[in-house]
Design a protein around this ligand. Structure first.
Ligand code: SF4
Length: 235
């Protein structure tokens, strides 16, 4: 079976929007500032982007607050660039837009409930699928409720996350909220593979440029314990 190139799929959609001179409203699920740095730099040229920071998987509130604070600092920086027209590598006929943010409530019990029975799965396995389902189904719901036509996630920038699973989960989340008919209008999941075309490399450059906090574990207590074990084994 041929593998889907989700990066090309996104490019095709963007080309269609550009031909129609459409700038769709996009709700972007963001896991952290470093991962969002490249995604926002890229997407803000083609979409009216609002960030949705919904990450109940993050194990401690201090860690959650710090990641959210860094995300807000990055958005302020990008919005300052728009105000001052201070862009890197952008043609004069391209125009970046200001970025908005919706904070979600933080309740780690939502995560533990979602991964019940999957706690012992290895990172990258079924526990992560459950975690993606939780975060993307809420993103789809909020997108529908708030009148966004499109949503997607920064999670596909990570080389450690299964891009096929993420795109399947995103599509299923859109289908589920549309079939529920709770909200007016349809929402669509935008396919992506943000690490492609040097996206991951660019996220590292931008994180360095803005001095962003780069955590060394994914987010949940299980991933933190795993990272600590690996570090101890290296000593
Ligand atoms: S390792 Fe990351 S994606 Fe997997 S369950 Fe933990 S926080 Fe979620």
């Amino acid at each position: 079976m041929n593998k889907i190139n989700y990066s090309k799929e996104l490019e095709k959609r963007i080309e269609e929007f550009r031909e129609k001179k459409e700038v769709p409203k996009l709700l972007l699920h963001v896991c952290c500032a470093p991962c969002s740095s490249h995604c926002l730099e890229y997407l803000r040229e083609f979409f009216d982007v609002t960030v949705f920071f919904y990450n109940p998987n993050i194990t401690e509130s201090a860690e959650y607050d710090y990641r959210l604070k860094e995300e807000k600092r990055l958005i302020e920086e990008y919005n300052r660039q728009v105000e001052e027209s201070d862009f890197e590598g952008m043609n004069s006929d391209e125009r970046a837009r200001k970025i908005d943010i919706i904070d979600a409530t933080y309740d780690v019990s939502e995560y533990y409930e979602a991964v019940k029975g999957y706690e012992q799965c290895k990172e990258g396995g079924d526990r992560c699928r459950k975690c993606f389902e939780l975060r993307l189904s809420e993103t789809a719901r909020v997108a529908a409720k708030e009148g966004f036509k499109y949503f997607t996630t920064t999670l596909t920038i990570s080389p450690l996350k299964n891009v096929d699973v993420l795109n399947e989960v995103g599509e299923a989340a859109a289908r589920s909220v549309n079939e529920s008919k709770i909200y007016d209008g349809e929402v669509f999941f935008l396919p992506s593979d943000f690490k492609k075309k040097n996206g991951y490399k660019r996220s590292i450059e931008l994180s360095q440029k803005f001095g962003l906090y780069r955590q060394d574990f994914c987010g949940c207590g299980f991933s933190k314990a795993q990272r600590e074990k690996e570090k101890a084994q290296k000593c």
